[in-house]
Design a protein around this ligand. Structure first.
Ligand code: GLA
Length: 390
């Protein structure tokens, strides 16, 4: 009989630890579920401007993304150009003529939250000024502007210690008096899952995601997925493994592949940071990003990261335990032709004789009551995502 897969994860001890940390600083309570929002990098790279951010905030509301739970609008690299004579960070005045405070006000007026990017080293990855040596000053500036979220990168870090560098910025953010969510972006180089839980709210586990099923350079979402195995127990309310931002809607993959990408990010309890152009997305892409039943799997209050319960080469079964005792199960077909994939109840911690109802979270159909196992036909590069409730 296979071992109950969820007993390996967050146990009594782990949850007790989380609770005691949550009492330490007000900012610890900022991410009870994985953060959701939008970030400029995957689609726009350095081509950011206040017009883009305003239009994205408008689109976040008009498209239904806000209603589905997305709330942060984050400007990634390249918004900053210099420091002034007092050392204060200076935003690009050509691209952001109204300034960051006005832009944050605009985003806040929509009921959304505003995020910026910096770097723990001397320079950002695109060579803009980093925060090294200016941590407290930058944190105060962000607080003055109304920043709610900081993504903090790891380029040009020289001989800096990662944990100390991120803790320094966390202390600076806390001292600023504003509650600011901290996204640790050191690509998993120093195993942040071992030390980041009481420093940041999410920590990248790998290098950068790319918008391709098979990528010549960089990491496909499936190769990032492979690298999440073993990290499950480190995620939970307050701090999350971050397998990187979404590529859904950026044009390099099919709808079937994007649905699979989004489904597996939900199973992983990953932060859901959309990375596409919200102003021009098709209804099909919007329907993926706003699928409430899939978002609910990601945002489930129990906060368990799902795990791979079977790996038969191209066929994988992933499962996530949910607060009501049900399981979200992803039947993933990484192969080149459609195939029937089954999940047996013991693989997801249920006894064989248990009667459970099965609901398909992409077709929004109740399949009915089943006993022992469930089998579905899964397209090539696709997923069938179901919720199984005893
Ligand atoms: C790194 C990060 C990316 C992005 C770029 C910006 O590569 O991992 O997510 O922020 O820097 O330069």
């Amino acid at each position: 009989m296979p071992r109950f897969p969820f007993a390996l994860g967050c146990g009594v001890l782990f949850c007790a630890t989380t609770t005691s940390l949550a009492a330490q600083r007000p900012s610890d309570a900022l991410a009870p579920t994985p953060p959701m929002g939008w970030n400029s990098w995957n689609k726009f790279a350095c081509n950011v401007s206040e017009q883009l951010i305003r239009e994205t905030a408008d689109a976040m509301v008009a498209s239904g993304m806000q209603d589905a739970g997305y709330r942060y609008i984050v400007i990634d690299d390249c918004w900053q150009v210099a420091r002034d004579s007092a050392g204060t960070i200076v935003a690009d005045a050509e691209r952001f003529p109204s300034g960051m405070k006005a832009l944050a006000d605009y985003v806040h007026a929509k009921g959304l939250e505003f995020g910026l990017y910096s770097d723990a080293g001397l320079k950002t990855c695109e060579g803009r000024p980093g925060s090294r040596g200016y941590e407290y000053q930058d944190a105060r500036t962000y607080a003055d502007w109304g920043v709610d979220y900081l993504k903090y990168d790891w380029c040009h870090h020289g001989t800096q210690n990662a944990e100390a560098s991120y803790r320094l910025m966390r202390d600076a953010l806390d001292a600023s008096g504003r509650l600011i969510t901290l996204s640790i972006c050191e690509w998993g180089s120093n195993k942040p899952w071992l030390w980041a839980r009481d420093i940041g709210h999410l920590w990248r586990t790998t290098g950068d995601i790319k918008d391709c099923w098979v990528c010549e350079r960089g990491l496909s979402w499936t190769s990032i997925l492979d690298r999440q195995v073993g990290l499950e127990s480190y995620a939970g309310p307050g701090g999350w493994n971050d397998p990187d931002m979404l590529e859904v809607g950026n044009g390099g993959m099919t709808l079937v592949e994007y649905r699979a990408h989004f489904s597996l990010w939900a199973i992983l309890a990953a932060p859901l940071m959309a990375g596409n152009d919200l102003r021009s997305m098709t209804p099909e892409i919007r329907d993926i990003l706003t699928n409430r039943e899939v978002v609910a799997v990601d945002q489930d209050p129990l906060g368990r990261q799902g795990r791979k319960v079977r790996d038969d080469g191209d066929v994988e079964v992933w499962a996530k335990e949910l607060a009501d005792g049900s399981r979200a199960v992803a039947l993933l077909n990484r192969g080149e032709s459609a195939i029937a994939i089954a999940v047996a109840w013991p693989e997801i911690g249920y006894t064989e004789g248990l009667r459970a109802s099965v609901r398909d979270l992409w077709t929004h159909r109740d399949i009915g009551q089943v006993r022992g196992s469930y089998t579905a036909e899964v397209p090539a590069h696709g997923v069938v995502l179901v919720r199984i409730t005893p």
